[in-house]
Write a protein that binds this ligand. Structure first.
Ligand code: ADP
Length: 602
């Protein structure tokens, strides 16, 4: 309360007004009392003179014994408590209640005293002046004395002003004490009233400041039913509503931040001067900044892209949305589709930039179109051959016995190729569509490898290729048996196909001790150039297209191997050196029971 300026303003004003009123009242009362006292004094003087004229008239007319007149004057003065003076018609003092005989002699003629001169000429007169006898300011009242129609002298009464001022001083003292007491009481009452008035205002002010600092939900208690109590109740309602609204806003903010943070698309909001207002985590990942530390920074510092800034500025200036496809050279090149929407307002206060990363989509689109081109090409080649042989036969070669059989054999060969191609494509499609849904069971790698070698022995011998098998332990992997057979067959097939006569092919398997089994097929054939290695598992990819086709390959075998291995929860890879040979491998998860066998076997 001591620090409340409102309190001191109100208290000061009220106390000031009270003091001013008390002072004004005091002055007025003092003046009024003074007037009253003066009126009474004149009244007293008048009465004293009036009551003495009849008694003194006869004495003054007969110019009687001065001693007798002096006795009357003294008595009258004693009765009225005034100075009474009897003055002769000629202006000489005959008797005076204040002056002795000697002093009377020394006194000059009174005829020229204003009250005496006035009384002699007008009957009555009064004056306030300094008395020669006492040297004090004095009130004089004089009345002419007549006897039998003749002016015989003047009677004068006098009262020193000090008598009035003395009484006034006593009155002023009492008035002062009373005024001070009233002022003190008034100040005390003012203090209590103003305190009671200001306290709720101070409390409300404190609560409003707390809310302004962000401490929502403050409540104040003001008893009673006056306007301040009503204001406090309204304040409490407002505070409650505000705190609810703020917590709702915070929750909604949090929800929005979570939604924006969880979005795959990058989102950046900027103001008119292209300073960042908000950026989500995806935008941070795309452009390599921390979303929490970029607020207020110019967008140009974070994303240096001329076209983006140009379109962004246009969107903000015109207030209409814009879009652009941009390339971003980050750690890896990204293809971004950018949508820019102006923030609502006229003029627009900024814009929101949404960035879709289309890199993967573009890559898939490229793969798909390449795949379509490859498929049509692969199907067209054998079909064209078949069509050409048929036309030749129809053109008459059907009657040529030697060529007829040769052409029909070629047609059958191309038909087989078409069949292989379609089979491989169907297998790939099936593996991709089944994906994770293959039934995985423990499969003995060693048994399957031996079986595969047996199946390919004739093919290998035809090329005088030494086909051997490692002496790995009995191991089980988690896979689909048919799928694993396809993997092994494809790899051993390729190894024999791309290894020249007198070469070597070896199938091996071993556990890596980390729950994986590596199954590998190594050859000492032509090998694969380093540049082709990253693409070797792609569909239709062939190192030497002409030679591969000659060998009746489809270019889908390794792709099938990779997809199958992945559907078993494993992976496929290759190590190769041109001229020295290649080693293709698949890593597959070991079966738990196989792990026990491994322990017992070792
Ligand atoms: P295909 O064998 O039907 O052509 P693949 O997908 O199995 O299709 O093989 C793709 C390409 O990889 C082959 O065309 C060939 O160039 C190369 N390749 C596969 N295996 C070997 C290998 N063991 N040695 C050398 N090149 C190979």
């Amino acid at each position: 309360m001591i620090r409340s300026r409102l309190f001191w303003k109100l208290f000061g004003t009220f106390v000031g007004l009270t003091l001013l009123s008390a002072f004004a009242l005091g002055v007025l009362t003092y003046r009024w009392e003074r007037q009253l006292l003066e009126q009474r004094a004149w009244q007293q003087l008048r009465q004293a003179v009036a009551s003495s004229t009849s008694e003194l008239g006869e004495r003054l007319a007969s110019e009687g014994e001065p001693g007798e007149i002096a006795t009357i004057v003294d008595r009258l003065a004693e009765q009225s408590e005034l100075r009474i003076t009897a003055i002769s018609r000629s202006g000489n003092i005959v008797a005076d209640s204040l002056l002795g005989g000697d002093e009377l002699q020394r006194h000059d003629n009174q005829k020229l005293r204003p009250e005496v001169a006035g009384a002699l000429s007008n009957g009555k007169a009064e004056s306030t002046r300094e008395s020669r006898a006492t040297g004090e300011p004095t009130l004089f009242f004089a009345q002419r004395v007549e006897h039998e129609g003749q002016k015989v002298g003047v009677v004068r009464a006098a009262l020193p002003e000090s008598q009035i001022t003395g009484r006034l001083r006593v009155f002023a003292g009492a008035l002062g004490i009373m005024t001070t007491a009233i002022a003190v009481v008034a100040a005390l009452v003012t203090y209590i009233v103003v305190r009671r008035l200001v306290r709720p205002v101070v409390t409300l002010n404190d609560a409003a400041r707390a809310i302004a600092r962000g401490e929502y939900g403050h409540r104040v208690f003001v008893p009673g039913s006056d306007e301040l109590a009503t204001l406090a109740r309204s304040f409490n309602n407002m505070s409650f509503a505000l705190s609810k609204q703020v917590s709702d806003l915070r929750a909604s903010d949090q929800r929005q931040a979570t939604v924006l943070g969880g979005m795959v698309e990058g989102v950046v909001a900027v103001d008119r001067r292209q300073r960042v207002l908000f950026a989500n985590a995806a935008a941070g990942r795309l452009f390599g900044f921390s979303p929490t530390q970029v607020q207020g920074r110019p967008l140009l510092e974070l994303i240096r892209h001329h076209d983006l800034h140009g379109i962004l500025q246009r969107v903000i200036n015109r207030g209409t949305p814009g879009q652009l496809d941009m390339k971003w050279e980050g750690p890896s090149e990204r293809q971004l589709a950018v949508q820019i929407t102006p923030l609502p307002g006229q003029p627009s206060p900024g814009a929101v930039i949404v960035l879709h990363d289309n890199t993967e989509l573009r890559r898939l689109e490229t793969i798909r179109s390449e795949f379509m081109a490859n498929v049509s090409h692969e199907l067209k080649t054998p079909l064209s051959s078949i069509k050409a042989y048929c036309e030749t036969l129809m053109d008459g070669a059907v009657d040529d016995l030697d060529n007829r059989m040769r052409f029909l054999a070629r047609i059958a060969e191309q038909g087989d190729r078409l069949n292989d191609l379609i089979q491989d494509m169907l297998s790939l499609a099936r593996i991709e569509s089944e994906g994770q849904h293959v039934d995985l069971v423990p499969v003995c790698v060693d048994e399957l490898a031996l079986k595969c070698i047996d199946d390919h022995r004739a093919l290998a011998e035809a090329k005088q290729i030494e086909l051997t098998c490692g002496d790995g332990p009995a191991l089980k992997v988690v896979a689909d048996e048919e799928g694993l057979r396809v993997i092994l067959n494809n790899l051993v097939d390729n190894a024999i196909k791309y290894t020249p006569v007198d070469g070597r092919v070896r199938v091996d398997w071993r556990s890596d001790g980390n729950g994986r089994v590596r199954l590998s097929v190594a050859d000492n054939g032509a090998g694969i150039p380093r540049a082709d290695l990253p693409r070797i598992f792609e569909r239709f990819y062939r190192v030497d297209k002409a030679r591969s086709r000659e060998l009746g390959s489809t270019g889908l075998g390794l792709s099938i191997v990779k997809h199958l291995a992945q559907s078993f929860g494993g992976s496929a890879g290759v190590e190769s050196t041109v001229g020295k040979g290649s080693t293709f491998w698949v890593d597959l998860p070991v079966s738990v029971s196989a792990g026990e066998q491994l322990t017992s076997a070792s």
